[in-house]
Write a protein of this length. Structure first.
Length: 833
């Protein structure tokens, strides 16, 4: 007979989880020596990652319970132990250390947008505990990189197409966040950290065993500090609580809530234009090129009043039922809401010419409110056939994202930086004739620059008035069934077969209002707050737009052959699909009507994998080829006009509202080698290392692109300034010199990167490429980091980390003068019980 749960225990736990004191806010994780705990029905995938730099198995790629050496794709796992050893506090820092991943940042984490790339394609797919997700589920492009890693036991990166597990996307990678769950013991951890630029952080993690059938966990973090960029201030706090209840021997229920807040003040959204050109008197391009690369890394081109505040909340629930030892049901649900408010004023993002006392200036206010809900229901069966273990699973999953964005008066600089009637620097100012495109630097005053009114957009100030003149609402739905089979006809052969039916749809529209009609900033969508039934009438003043659909089956197949007891050879094919999104039209129209068909992609991979010493050390060597087909042509092939107006000056009709039409064209192909090693070389020595060599074939585009490449003339979101490094090497290792003293060291190496060609044209029938100036290139660079930890008692230790040991200057994106972190250090006190 199972013991009864008394109400007082529920009261105690609820109080601990949701009313914990603010001074008990933050904890790091990972105790030094926690072994794997295996969940019922999961023979290979651990509940916790332990003290290694790898895990035995994962379900992230196929949903099947496979060892890493049985999974026919490249996988890297960042365990709690490695994230603690390297002091990796957010997703940005984790992916900067992840093999084969490139991180591009417009500004510091939490302010500007962050883009992640794998094998040359953008990473848009995310999972949380294996539930299908997207970037919006994790907070959007400005918050996903700021996700606090202290909430997670491990982060898994699956490189290649992941359409079976994650749905629509690119053949790049997916990132799976594995939450911390309650343990079966009353354990806890408390960490204090202090680092460069007055960076302070507190971490708290406590497990509660209220009853043999009821367990809980509460996690909190708090952070405050400045930045290597002058005048920037940052603040963050996080809370997370979860309950795990087993009402019977066959049932398990897990629920939880989380809240993350991050505020960044006085930081730019983008850095200075690295290399600006000045136009002459007649508007034609002059010979003057302005180089801004010699400014200090801490130079701040933001107004002092700028800020970005994000609140990310989530709720999740999971139910598992074990029918018998062969059959299990699992149902999961997660809901997130991301609210963001920002005010920005950035100088010099499209042009910076101090010799002419001029710089571009963009300013504005933004407001976002996104709701994302995802679910997954799966039936998992295991049985014996041919005297071998087999597994079959089938499920249904989906995700709905509703995005709401407020439009405020703002100023966006022209794509090119114009300085008309430019006089030599010795002649003083430019007669103030450039003020339509720029501001005089005399007035910048280190960011103490007033908020401006916009003479174009209703003369409304962007500051205290908080006047909204429009709003946009967009809904994206994705759902479909899936299945996966692990078939083992003989001891040394394993086949993996599976697929997902994709049903993806996007709807949206824009509503315009009279200026000042809604000063509170509250969103009013004609009562249509739920996101259901979005239609033309819901957004008066503009036609329904931005509609896209994908309805496609995505296959998955793999073969694993055992070469030796610990070594396998494998081959795999994985598919994926995405819409023909463009920056100008969101979904590309084709000639004659309708939308272009979805872009299809696939990954093919062959290699060797191994799991040595009972899978404590995993390694892989792979050759991959990834392809996407069906891109819209680089240049429009026609124009569909919705509104014509007669121009009396020209005597011709002009299109005032229309969309471009495109043809489908050849897509991209990337191929290369991927080598990865992770785990224990000896009981005292752990390592995580990866090398990727990449070659990308892009279709030749007979057109000129803009110099600045903001993407307005580009078709796909990532077909801009980004080109992947062709070689990357990332490495970290730690060694226990004594039972008390541990040291570690690591490096990341990236080959040089040059931006997309300025123009591609045919000359005498031959392809001619015009490259951008070398100052816009990113030279090859290496970063080094070290760590040390010393146990000062059974349950306490002190640690120190130094990043960018050589104080290397490097760019974090391909167009601006924004640098990565200079040399930085931190010390911490780590306690456990």
């Amino acid at each position: 007979m199972r013991p009864e749960i008394k109400p007082k225990y529920l009261i105690i736990l609820s109080t601990a989880l949701f009313c914990a004191r603010a001074d008990a806010e933050q904890a790091q994780i990972e105790a030094w020596g926690i072994g794997e705990v295996v969940v019922r029905g999961q023979r290979n995938t651990p509940k916790e990652s332990g003290d290694n730099y790898t895990v035995k198995g994962s379900t992230s790629a196929t949903k099947l319970d496979l060892k890493l050496k049985e999974t026919p794709q490249s996988i890297s796992t960042f365990t709690r132990q490695q994230m603690q050893d390297q002091n990796l506090q957010d997703l940005d820092s984790v992916l900067q250390e992840a093999p084969g991943i490139t991180v591009l940042q417009d500004s510091i984490t939490g302010m500007g947008e962050a883009q992640f790339y794998s094998r040359g394609f953008p990473v848009e797919n995310y999972q949380i505990d294996g539930v299908i997700g997207n970037k919006e589920l994790m907070g959007g492009s400005r918050f996903v990189g700021a996700q606090d890693t202290f909430l997670y036991d491990r982060i898994e990166i699956i490189r290649g197409s992941t359409g079976m597990a994650t749905g629509v996307g690119d053949p790049s990678a997916s990132v799976n966040f594995v939450r911390k769950r309650p343990r079966g013991k009353n354990t806890g951890q408390f960490n204090l950290k202090y680092g460069s630029w007055n960076d302070k952080r507190v971490e708290f993690d406590q497990n509660f065993v209220i009853h043999p059938t009821l367990r809980g966990r509460f996690i909190a973090t708090w952070g405050d500090g400045n930045s290597f960029i002058d005048r920037v201030r940052r603040h963050s706090n996080t809370f997370y609580g979860t309950l795990d209840w087993s009402p019977t021997d066959k049932d398990q229920i897990n629920i939880g809530i989380g809240r993350q807040y991050r505020g960044t003040f006085g930081a730019p959204r983008k850095g200075l234009m690295r290399y600006s050109r000045v136009y002459g008197t007649d508007g034609a391009e002059g010979s003057e090129w302005v180089d801004a690369r010699n400014l200090p890394a801490g130079f701040n081109n933001s107004a002092v009043w700028a800020y970005n505040k994000t609140l990310h909340t989530n709720f999740f629930a999971e139910y598992k039922h074990q029918f018998n030892k062969h059959l299990k049901l699992q149902a999961s649900y997660t809901s997130t809401r991301t609210q963001n408010k920002s005010l920005y004023g950035d100088m010099g993002t499209t042009g910076y010419a101090p010799a002419y006392n001029a710089a571009s200036y963009e300013w504005g206010r933004e407001g976002h409110d996104d709701h994302t809900r995802a679910f997954d229901i799966m039936l998992d069966g295991r049985f014996k056939l041919f005297n071998q273990d087999q597994q079959v699973l089938a499920g249904f999953g989906g995700i709905r994202n509703v995005q709401r964005e407020d439009y405020y008066p703002s100023s966006i600089p022209a794509e090119d930086f114009y300085v008309y009637n430019a006089l030599p620097p010795s002649d003083g100012n430019l007669n103030h004739r450039y003020l339509n495109e720029a501001i005089p630097l005399d007035y910048w005053n280190n960011g103490d620059y007033p908020m401006l009114g916009n003479s174009i957009a209703f003369t409304a100030p962007i500051g205290p008035a908080n006047i909204r003149y429009g709003a946009r609402k967009e809904r994206e739905d994705q759902y479909g069934p899936y299945f996966a089979i692990k078939f083992k006809p003989a001891e040394r052969f394993t086949f993996i077969l599976g697929g997902r039916r994709l049903h993806w749809k996007r709807k949206g529209g824009t509503k315009w209002e009279n200026p000042g009609a809604n000063k509170s900033g509250r969103r009013e969508f004609d009562g249509n707050q739920s996101g259901k039934g979005i239609n033309q009438s819901s957004f008066s003043g503009q036609r329904l737009g931005d509609v896209g659909k994908v309805d496609k089956f995505v296959p998955y197949g793999g073969l694993i052959v055992e070469l030796a007891p610990d070594i396998n050879a494998y081959a795999s094919y994985t598919g994926i699909a995405r819409t023909n999104n463009t920056l100008k039209t969101r979904n590309a129209l084709k000639n004659g009507g309708g939308y272009l068909p979805p872009i299809t992609g696939n990954s093919k991979e062959v290699g060797i994998k191994g799991g040595l010493w009972q899978d404590r050390l995993n390694f892989s060597l792979a050759y991959f080829s990834m392809t996407q087909k069906g891109y819209p042509s680089f240049m429009p092939t026609g124009l569909r006009c919705y509104k014509w107006e007669f121009n009396a000056d020209s005597g011709e009709n002009e299109c005032k509202d229309g969309e471009y039409e495109y043809d489908a064209s050849k897509g991209y192909t990337s191929r290369g080698w991927d080598i990865n090693v992770a785990g224990r070389l000896t009981p005292k020595w752990k390592v995580q290392a990866g090398f990727v060599k990449l070659k990308i074939d892009r279709p030749f585009q007979n057109a000129a692109s803009s110099f600045n490449d903001f993407g307005e003339d580009l078709n796909l979101e990532y077909d801009g300034t980004y080109t992947a490094p062709d070689k990357t090497f990332k490495f970290f290792t730690s060694y226990n010199l004594t039972p008390k003293f541990t040291v570690g060291a690591g490096m990341t190496r990236s080959s040089g990167i040059k931006p997309k060609d300025w123009a591609q044209t045919y000359v005498d029938g031959k392809k001619n490429r015009v490259e951008k100036p070398k100052p816009l290139w990113q030279p090859a660079y290496s970063l080094f980091n070290i760590m040390a930890r010393y146990k000062i008692g059974k349950n306490a230790a002190v640690a120190a980390n130094v990043g960018n040991l050589g104080n290397k200057r490097y760019y974090t994106n391909a167009r601006s003068n924004f640098y990565g972190k200079p040399r930085h250090a931190s010390v911490s006190l780590q306690m456990k019980w």
